[in-house]
Design a protein around this ligand. Structure first.
Ligand SMILES: O=c1ccn([C@@H]2O[C@H](COP(=O)(O)O)[C@@H](O)[C@H]2O)c(=O)[nH]1
Length: 273
């Protein structure tokens, strides 16, 4: 999917919501455990109930890898289901990969060619030759961790190196990579006030913003500081939507929570556009 198509979807749906598909078998409704593939059954129900209100889905691969081959097969079924039934929706493999060049190429093939995701999250720590193999894929997006939502972000990311915070160096340096137009960045909603400075460095790139909902980030603050002329935001909520209820009505309750966030997003969009 191109960035232009993503922006068009955001305006059409009045939403920049990304629903996180982080399936934990101890948290899903019990009746689904009888299904042949409980993870896929859960995802299918959540997707069918919430797709009107979001523009992106983000399975975090950890929640699939944890269940071995069955988990990986459920991930494959989920992305195939999305690409077949909702091809207008942007898909993110939250895998946080990145390695020496030839290995990164194989990771990129796995997520872009084999599974067919639109984007993948990448850790920037190994630098240019670990990121550029992902950027080489046309109309695919590489989402680089910049300033993450967790407390540990302060261990390294905000520390100054030669006078500049490390996360700012990630933003500045990655702009010089080949095909940098395919870059997006992760910035946690819990660090919303940093977005003002981040937007000075990367005014045009899309930002994937996790941390609204269960982690307590403020959607309003994210919009105030992070929205750009193309909206430029994908705000993720995982647990806050998919685990709204553990009962038979889980998908309906997830829909209510997605709709509530979409409503707030529509108001933010109306204020700016
Ligand atoms: O900085 C980051 C980067 C990634 N994540 C991931 O996003 C979701 C958030 O889930 P919630 O349930 O809405 O808290 C999850 O997959 C994280 O691994 C992040 O939270 N922060």
């Amino acid at each position: 999917m191109t960035t232009k198509q993503l922006i068009a979807q955001i305006h059409k749906k009045k939403s920049f919501l990304c629903v996180g598909l982080d399936v934990d078998l101890t948290k899903i409704p019990e009746h689904l455990l009888k299904e042949e593939d409980p993870i896929f059954a859960f995802n299918k129900a959540i997707i069918d109930a919430t797709h009107e209100f979001c523009v992106a889905y983000k399975p975090n691969t950890a929640f699939y890898e944890a269940y071995g081959i069955k988990g990986w097969m459920a991930l494959e079924k989920t992305i195939n289901y999305l690409n077949t039934n909702y091809p207008e929706i942007f898909t993110i493999a939250d895998a946080k990969r990145g390695d020496i060049g030839n290995t990164s190429t194989m990771y990129a093939k796995a997520f872009f060619d084999d599974l067919g995701f639109d984007s993948v999250t990448i850790a920037p720590y190994m630098g240019k030759d670990s990121v550029e193999p992902f950027l080489a894929f046309e109309d695919k997006h590489t989402i680089l961790l910049a300033l993450t939502s967790n407390e540990g972000a302060f261990d390294f990311q905000t520390k100054k190196l030669e006078g500049t915070a490390l996360y700012k160096q990630v933003l500045e340096t990655s702009k010089t990579y080949k095909n940098a137009q395919n870059l997006m960045y992760v910035v946690g909603a819990t660090k919303a006030t940093y977005l003002q400075e981040i937007r000075q460095i990367v005014p045009d790139n899309f930002l994937l913003v996790p941390g609204v909902g269960a982690q307590g980030g403020s959607l309003k603050e994210v919009c105030n500081y992070g929205m750009n002329k193309n909206v430029g935001l994908l705000v993720n909520s995982s647990r806050g939507i998919i685990y709204a209820s553990k009962g038979e009505n889980f998908a309906q309750e997830a829909m209510k929570n997605a709709k509530e966030l979409q409503n707030q997003m529509a108001q933010e969009l109306a204020r700016k556009f």
